[in-house]
Design a protein around this ligand. Sequence first.
Ligand code: ZN
Length: 154
Amino acid sequence: MISELDLKHLNRCVELARIALNNGDEPFGSLLTDHEGNVLIEDFNHVSGGDHTQHPEFALARWAAINLSLEDRANAIVYTSGEHCPMCAAAHAWVGLGRIVYASSSAQLVQWLEELKVSPTPIYNLAIEEIIRIANVDGPVPELAEQVKALDFL
Ligand code: ZN
């Protein structure tokens, strides 16, 4: 179930993805909220320096591990413009974060990259549920996924 508050946070993630793109990075943005929906931290993709592990979801997981109790992590929600890659899904689960809400799915990303004839990434774009045993996940959200697709993935 996607609420109005979820949509608000997802819209911000798409904005963050646009900021990343304008910085020369890949168009992905994410944010972490507490259980009341207060934004704790935002981030976006930073791979243009050559480190392709600089994904926002990974950064949020590390931030949570340092700054939140186990209970607060479990109650926190990660919003993201694109579904977590396997690396980020694993980091999410290892630090014990809670729900994930994404605008566009990994399956959609794979399809878009194929349409653009972009060579595939070095890892399989698996769904979060294929990485995390007990996943609490909502997405994709069609109208926002269209906005994500409109960002230039080349
Ligand atoms: Zn990732």
